[in-house]
Write a protein that binds this ligand. Structure first.
Ligand SMILES: Cc1ncc(COP(=O)(O)O)c(C=O)c1O
Length: 324
């Protein structure tokens, strides 16, 4: 990626003249079988642009309670787009159709218009849980004309875990985004795809957010390598995450961690001493985080190899949290 960045032929993307950006955008649009795509600096910006394009101020947007767009973007949706979320349970990583329909049904009872349904695939806090494509299709059919937006920050993890293609996953969604950073290893960038008319509006919103760049092809050069060479590699992250999940489940039986939920690159389980465990393991060289007060998360990536898994096994074998 560093070599490709150094030798990239670039232009001014503000004028649509950067060949690497143009190639990356059309490559992603092809992969997800949408008419067009736009390159943005981050996944958060892709989500925020999608909300601006797909919802109006005052509208209700249905989403899972702990989805990134709801809980991890510093309230950006209300600050930027003046929308309200109607949140539903997503503890299993997927939305229950009945919950979504209940929110929509309430429109008839003097409640706000529901303009959009957001889903996350894979679902981060649930532990990188991939959707079954049939469930996404049922959801899209059931909500009728209302658009579905797919936050596919880790869409390619879902693709590798299930064998469902990126295009199949994206078909029920009006717009879809995916990150080139994270498991795909690019330093910067996400892509948002959808119908040409919406992507034209997305380009205006990108400008408003300050996300239009100039010689951004230096980033696209890395992004193309991410799409071409890093997707298959994700399966190694998934194998190692499952090994780690089994190790953590054995080390913390009180967490009742169901490791069958670990199908991609995220190990996540509840524990009353989550923050303490994370802090103490970091001291011993095992770095993770918490995504809720009592929810621990560890992530595998290209920087984690089999020796690292063995190292974690060694640390956990002799680990006792201070207040346990
Ligand atoms: C599901 C999901 N969506 C969006 C994002 C935002 O991506 P970024 O950190 O590139 O802004 C993340 C980041 O972790 C994420 O997990």
């Amino acid at each position: 990626m560093r070599d490709a960045i150094a030798t990239a032929v670039v232009g001014d993307d503000g004028y649509g003249e950067d060949p690497a950006i143009n190639e990356l955008e059309s490559r992603f649009a092809q992969l997800v079988e949408k008419e067009a795509a736009v390159f943005v600096p981050s996944g958060v910006m892709a989500n925020q642009i999608a909300l601006r394009v797909l919802a109006q101020p005052g509208d209700l947007v249905v989403a899972g309670r702990s989805q990134h767009v709801v809980s991890f973007e510093m309230g950006a949706a209300s600050r930027n787009s003046a929308i309200q979320f109607a949140t539903v349970d997503d503890s299993r990583g997927v939305l229950d159709l009945a919950d979504v329909l209940e929110v929509i049904d309430a429109e008839g009872d003097h409640q706000p218009h529901v303009s959009l349904v957001c889903v996350e695939n894979t679902h981060m806090t649930a532990g990188g849980v991939p959707w079954e494509v049939e469930d996404l299709n049922s959801l899209a059919r059931a909500v009728g004309d209302r658009p579905v937006y797919l936050d596919g920050a880790r869409l390619f993890n879902a693709v590798v875990a299930t064998g469902t293609s990126a295009a199949e996953y994206s078909a029920p969604a009006t717009m879809v985004m995916s990150c080139l950073s994270k498991g795909l290893c690019a330093p910067v960038g996400s892509l948002l795809a959808g119908p040409t008319t919406l992507i034209e509006r997305a380009r205006i919103e990108r400008k408003r957010f300050g996300g239009a760049m100039r010689q951004a092809g230096f980033l696209a050069a890395a992004g193309l390598i991410a799409l071409d060479t890093m997707v298959e590699r994700l399966k190694d992250d998934h194998v190692r995450a499952r090994q780690l999940a089994d190790l953590f489940a054995a080390a913390f039986p009180e967490s009742n961690y169901n490791t069958s939920t670990c199908r991609t690159n995220i190990v996540a389980f509840n524990h009353p001493q989550a923050r303490q465990i994370v802090a103490e393991l970091a001291e011993l060289g095992v770095e993770g985080g918490t995504v809720a007060p009592q929810r621990v998360r560890f992530v595998t990536h290209a920087g984690i190899d089999d020796d690292d898994v063995d190292f974690v096994a060694g640390v956990l074998a002799r680990f006792t949290p201070v207040a346990r």
